[in-house]
Design a protein around this ligand. Structure first.
Ligand code: ADP
Ligand code: GLC
Length: 485
């Protein structure tokens, strides 16, 4: 089976969040399955290339029609294990400081940038002669790929057997643009109807993916239900999703167990596993406390946060709750996003530098050290399609403190009994609920035996991709069969 994966980010090439981890890991896992060939298509952002990866130019170029004019696409390639990674190049669109935005404002031409990318995925596949059985697209940035295949490319024999699978990693980001975007994308007004591309008078790239793909997936079973049936969770697309209910599947994400392995983690001074976690985590904690300027004390409860700072993540309630726990919990917060929330965390850290640390920006190595050093990992999300951070935290023996929503509900077990629990959960992203669970955590931390039982449960939970990758491959087959009808 030939699988083309199209996405706007993939680790280790470009990353702003969990989407990149998922796309990177899935490409690798699929490529190791028998009889599978994987081509991964990504935009060539400014910072891609160099380092461990030297890109090779794919000679020549091809043209992409863009509302009455054409833009040139070139490609470069790198072999990453068994995955061939193709980068779509156009300096005007992708040679910029950010991937989607500069500072905090989205690029105004994001519609054009991802129209160009989506169409270049199809033209690029033809250009290199890679005839996919399945195209696996992720999120709004690639929503138009399926729409093109079912409309403008419908009679293109190159793709006559190609099926599409569209994965919703987060329905809160939809790629909403004014109706004129339809023309930039080259669709006729006849397609601007509520059952196709129209959405509240504008054009919605996520909706295009939902309407035109053969099979839809999202990243946890609970989120698959929430976005169809729970008020506000579908963000206006619940009707479209319900109309495709039989084709929508929740497939739980995994984590890359090689990248996220406390035993071999090169960012840690000393590795540890489930047998040696007590000493290993104590050493990681002392090292981080020293690095951050905290009092060095292996018995002080350390709470970690590694997150985008957005409404979704509920960290505003942590910010409000934190002052009450100073002296009982040290907080190490790494987060980037909302400027107001960053400022609030920064002010707390400035006032209490020995108890609260805040760093903004994206720092992979610090993230690894926080996961390893923390006793608890705080993630009180208002909604969470899957969430990888809580799984990473568990693998590193940091007990997650989460809300019972989406993938958090599907991965964290908490019923008050340490022997059945691998973390802590509250029902809502609510300050009172968070405070009450933190109070409970502080008292439980004194009972090391119980605590350690939970840490062992967390560390041995299976978050590998094996089972989910099989589910995807089954769905790819179903999509392919469906396309041949
Ligand atoms: P989301 O995709 O919604 O941001 P996930 O939990 O699925 O949330 O994935 C987040 C990923 O991004 C994890 O790998 C996490 O470690 C990483 N991450 C988030 N923020 C930062 C940051 N500021 N610095 C480094 N890594 C980060
Ligand atoms: C999104 C979601 C997150 C999920 C990730 C990967 O960014 O917010 O919950 O884990 O995608 O699927």
């Amino acid at each position: 089976m030939k699988i083309l994966i199209a996405a706007s980010e993939a680790f280790p090439f470009a990353k702003t969040g969990g989407l990149a981890d998922v796309v990177g890991a899935l490409s690798q896992v699929f490529s190791r399955a028998e009889g599978v060939e994987v081509a991964l298509f990504l935009p060539k952002y400014r910072n891609i290339g160099g380092g461990a990866f030297s890109l090779k130019a794919v000679g020549g170029n091809f043209l992409i029609p863009m509302s009455g004019r054409v833009e040139t696409a070139t490609m470069s390639q790198v072999q990453w294990g068994r995955v061939s990674v193709y980068f779509i190049e156009n300096r005007k669109y992708f040679d910029r400081p950010g991937m989607y935005r500069a500072n905090f404002g989205d690029y105004e031409d994001n519609d054009e940038r991802f129209i160009f990318f989506s169409r270049a995925v199809l033209e690029g596949a033809k250009f290199i002669g890679f005839k996919p059985d399945v195209i696996h697209c992720h999120d709004w940035q690639t929503g138009l790929v399926s729409a093109y295949l079912k409309t403008i490319y419908r009679i293109d024999s190159f793709f006559s057997k190609t099926a599409t699978v569209f994965t919703i990693n987060n329905i809160a980001y939809q790629g909403m643009f004014p109706k004129e975007t339809l023309l930039k994308a080259g669709f006729p007004w006849a397609d601007f109807t509520p059952d196709k591309l129209e959405f509240y008078g504008g054009m919605n790239f996520m909706k295009a993916g939902l309407v035109f793909s053969d099979i839809l997936t999202t990243v946890s079973p609970t989120y698959a239900g929430e976005i169809q049936f729970k008020p506000d969770f579908g963000k206006g697309l619940e009707g479209v999703l319900r109309s495709r209910s039989v084709d929508l599947f929740g497939v739980l994400n995994g984590i890359d167990e090689e990248i996220w392995d406390p035993a071999t983690d090169a960012f840690l001074e000393r590795g540890y596993d489930i047998k040696s976690f007590q000493r290993g985590k104590a050493a990681a904690k002392i090292a981080l406390q020293r690095e951050l300027g905290f009092d060095e004390n292996k018995d002080m409860l350390l709470a970690g946060v590694v997150s985008r700072l957005e409404q979704q993540k509920g960290l505003d309630i942590l910010c409000k709750a934190m002052p009450e726990y100073l002296g009982k919990i040290q907080f190490a917060v790494l987060g980037a996003g909302d400027p107001g929330l960053s400022e609030a965390f920064a002010n707390l850290a400035k006032a209490e530098p020995k108890k609260i640390f805040f760093e903004t920006g994206f720092h992979d190595s610090l993230a690894h050290r926080i996961y390893a050093a923390s006793d608890i990992f705080i993630m009180p999300s208002r909604f969470e399609p899957c969430g990888l951070s809580q799984m990473i935290a568990m693998r590193y023996g940091a007990l997650p403190v989460v809300t019972r929503t989406g993938g958090l509900k599907d991965t964290v077990n908490y019923n008050g009994e340490p022997k059945d629990s691998n973390g802590f959960a509250i029902n809502n992203a609510d300050e009172g609920e968070l405070k009450s669970v933190l109070g409970h955590i502080i008292s439980l931390y004194g009972w090391r035996e119980n605590w350690d039982i939970m840490v062992r449960n967390a560390m041995k939970t299976d978050f590998s991709w094996t089972r989910s990758a099989q589910e995807y491959l089954k769905l790819f087959n179903i999509a392919y069969q469906k396309k041949q009808l």
